[in-house]
Design a protein around this ligand. Structure first.
Ligand code: ADP
Ligand code: ZN
Ligand code: ZN
Length: 733
């Protein structure tokens, strides 16, 4: 018997071991094994049990220990990770690891943590304690109030002193027992699964919910609904059916969308266990949630990208909210796209999947327009909310005051005078994106990146947003020694500053990564917004998504041109999505909303289409251009990225790869190789980067080409000095 084990390494292969001494009969694929690997001990996953190995028997090492008697990874997750490893051409050992919670990767048992609870013994009588033992009497009374048992932490929180438990138990008055944490389901308690009545759906919502209910087996659906159209209500009612049928629902949301507000909406609706897999969980809590999902007692799972690897006992529905969001794509190592894995998973489970967005990714829209996905649409806002009015504000002839034009400032004043709130969007945090010498024009650059240092004022320092380097503000110019270093351009801190002088009596609330670092800082800001009193919100894309601001009537995008002329062919799509997401914060309740876009390109055809004809018209036009240019979704891309500590190394590495494959005609027909080129920001965090693009009309030859290239790269003599990675279906270049 040979164990074939997947080990978390960058190597594209499995490793053979002899079975361990104890318990090999119970081994199954999906169980963890502890093995020696080089000089380390690591935990790998058993992938297969073979009868023979290519390694000579005397060279085979025994596995040290079989950690599980049953597979930790359910067969469907095992299959998902397998498929993803193949599709993204990523080493299987690493892909499988990422499908496991951290504690399981570290070898902890796949069991709930048992908790020790205390209770009063059945015969306990308070009179057994003398009247002078007041603290013990208090403690016993507390225990008697919790006949189900109580933890020492909870006892302490209620004012009891756990140190006295020993005394009570020695007198036979109290006892401890082990308790497995459990989740209560409304069905078990006989209560209705709903905590609150669902809203009465408008006709478009009703059509969408019905479509989900009627879906038989695997049915991919795009729910394209303008912001404020009530997509969440559609999700809730679709989930309701799924729960009533005894199934579980998995909801993926963008990183920025997993807010307490979102979770609260699900919990307010359902009396079944709703678990949020958010970054605030400890590894232990994460494992418990994973186990509850696997045993089926967690009924609704909400999480970000990595939640796609949550095991489900009885999956009924998958929802991907804001499916176009970039955070669903992992941007390093195992570069999977959670939306695409979700589609694979829904197919494997044979269940419906609902992809929701106001601004669907062109890939998804193309699938809907071509009939591969059902296309459900919500074209109107729910309730009394009207769509906001758009205006392109031409700032070509305008003096800008920290990025604010005079017409915009007077517009802000009008809205504040009407006692409503204003939201200003600028996707640049810090005070200023550059600090420039007034005498010779030299900016202060990051020494490790081809990038400017951002000036921050709170507290004063320079910060590189690409490699995280932070430095004090230099006294003078490194080039000419002049002391005249001045900020150029504005970030959110500077806008906040200027607004405070224009509107001294109005609270200015800045929302960006810096202002919300402190725990609860964002909650406090949101509480202030939700008082409804006039205020100006200034923020980055943290403000763009999910939030519901009923009193915001003016949304202004200070720099609508950012991204308009990007070198990335997706630049326009991303700009459009961001603009509409931000705009969607305006006028979400009874008050009409207005959206102002400051631009130097008021005549830009795509910008005009977007604001006057809407996302759909824009997207169809953009799809037409992509089709003409043979770009995704009409072609498939894979990027080979390489980086090295010396300039030129990475590019030469890719070049020799290309030459090798050209000479020997290794690439299948239909696969085009473009590049190599230095990356847009060639130097980042001290590494020089280059990339080469592979493009093909079909996936199959592209995958074949990649296998060939991986082989070449692994055998390449320079591979020790160049780090390379693959990005299948990249979302940025
Ligand atoms: P979206 O997610 O599409 O941006 P939401 O689901 O957040 O929109 O809904 C926007 C607002 O409309 C919310 O306040 C929600 O309670 C309300 N709403 C949704 N559906 C209805 C409905 N059928 N009747 C009345 N109000 C609704
Ligand atoms: Zn200078
Ligand atoms: Zn840097």
């Amino acid at each position: 018997m040979i164990f074939r084990v997947a080990i978390p390494t960058p190597l594209y292969r499995l490793f053979d071991y002899r079975p361990p001494i104890y318990g090999p009969e119970t081994a199954q694929p999906g169980c963890r094994v502890r093995v020696t690997f080089g000089r380390r001990e690591v935990i790998g996953l058993l992938v297969a049990i073979a009868t023979e190995s290519e390694v000579p028997p005397d060279k085979l090492k025994p596995a040290l220990e079989l950690l599980d008697t049953a597979p930790v990874l359910t067969p469907d997750l095992f299959a998902l990770a397998h498929w993803a490893a193949r599709y993204y051409q990523h080493p299987l050992g690493d892909a499988l690891q990422q499908a496991l919670p951290v504690l399981l990767r570290q070898g902890q048992p796949d069991r709930f943590q048992h908790q020790t609870l205390w209770r009063a013994s059945a015969t306990a009588d308070i009179e057994a304690l003398s009247a002078r033992a007041g603290r013990q009497r208090e403690l016993l009374t507390l225990l008697q109030e919790h006949p189900q048992g109580i933890s020492t932490d909870a006892l302490r929180a209620e004012g009891g002193n756990p140190a006295l438990l020993k005394a009570l138990s020695e007198k036979g008055l109290a006892e401890s027992f082990e308790h497995q944490p459990a989740l209560l389901h409304a069905n078990d308690t006989g209560l209705d699964i709903l905590r609150e009545a669902p809203l009465t759906l408008h006709d478009e919502q009703l059509a969408a919910v019905n479509a989900v209910h009627q879906a038989q087996g695997f049915t991919p659906m795009l729910l394209e609904g303008v912001t404020g159209s009530g997509k969440t209500e559609v999700y809730l009612q679709a989930i309701q059916h799924c729960i009533e049928a005894g199934k579980q629902a998995l909801v993926l949301v963008p990183e920025i969308g997993l807010t307490p507000q979102t979770i609260a909406r699900f919990k307010a609706r359902f009396r079944v266990p709703v678990l949020a897999l958010h970054s605030g969980l400890t590894d232990r809590q994460r494992l418990d949630a994973w186990l509850w999902a696997r045993e089926g007692s967690a009924r609704i799972l909400i999480g970000t990208r990595s939640a796609i690897f949550t095991p489900l006992k009885s999956p009924g529905l998958i929802i991907v909210d804001e499916e176009h969001d970039g955070s669903f794509k992992q941007q390093d190592g195992f570069r999977y796209h959670a939306r695409d894995l979700a589609i694979f998973r829904a197919r494997a489970h044979d269940i419906p999947i609902l992809l929701g967005s106001a601004t669907p990714a062109l890939e998804t829209l193309h699938n809907a327009l071509s009939g591969r996905f059902q296309h459900l649409r919500l074209t109107r806002r729910a309730g009394n909310a009207k769509p906001p009015r758009f205006e392109l504000l031409d700032i070509r002839q305008q003096q800008l005051d920290a990025g604010l034009s005079a017409p915009l400032i007077s517009r802000i004043r009008e809205h504040l005078d009407r006692d409503t709130q204003v939201l200003l969007f600028l996707n640049r945090r810090g005070f200023s994106p550059a600090l420039v010498c007034h005498d010779c024009g030299t900016p202060v650059d990051c020494t490790r990146c081809d990038a400017r240092m951002t000036l921050h004022r709170q507290p004063p320092h320079l910060h590189c947003h690409h490699c995280d380097r932070q430095t004090p503000i230099p006294r003078g110019c490194a080039q000419c020694g002049s002391q005249q270093l001045r900020p150029a351009g504005s970030g959110t801190e500077r806008v906040e500053d200027r607004l405070a002088t224009h509107f001294p009596d109005t609270p200015i609330l800045r929302v960006d990564r810096d202002s919300t670092q402190r725990k609860h800082a964002l909650d406090q800001i949101m509480d202030q917004v939700h008082t409804g009193k006039p205020c100006i919100l200034v923020g980055t894309q943290m403000l763009a998504k999910g939030h519901h601001f009923p009193r915001v009537t003016l949304v202004a995008i200070l720099d609508a041109d950012a991204g308009l002329f990007s070198a990335d062919f997706r630049g326009m799509e991303k700009t459009a999505q961001l603009i509409l997401q931000v705009a969607g914060r305006a006028g979400r309740a009874d008050l009409p909303g207005e959206v102002v876009l400051q631009t130097f390109n008021a005549e830009h055809p795509m910008l005009k289409t977007l604001v006057h004809a809407g996302y759909d018209a824009f997207a169809r036009e953009e799809l037409r251009l992509r089709r003409g240019g043979h770009l995704p979704p009409f072609a498939h891309h894979t990027l080979i990225r390489a980086e090295a500590t010396r300039q030129g190394l990475a590019e030469n590495f890719l070049l020799s790869l290309r030459q090798l494959s050209d000479q020997q005609q290794l690439l299948p027909a239909g696969v085009q190789c473009i590049g190599p080129f230095p990356s847009l920001m060639e130097k980042r965090a001290g590494l020089f980067r280059a990339q080469m693009l592979l493009q093909a009309g079909q996936r199959k030859p592209l995958h074949q080409a990649l296998s060939v290239l991986i082989g070449l790269m692994q055998a390449h003599p320079e591979a020790r000095r160049v780090r390379w990675t693959l990005d299948v279906d990249p979302v940025d270049s």
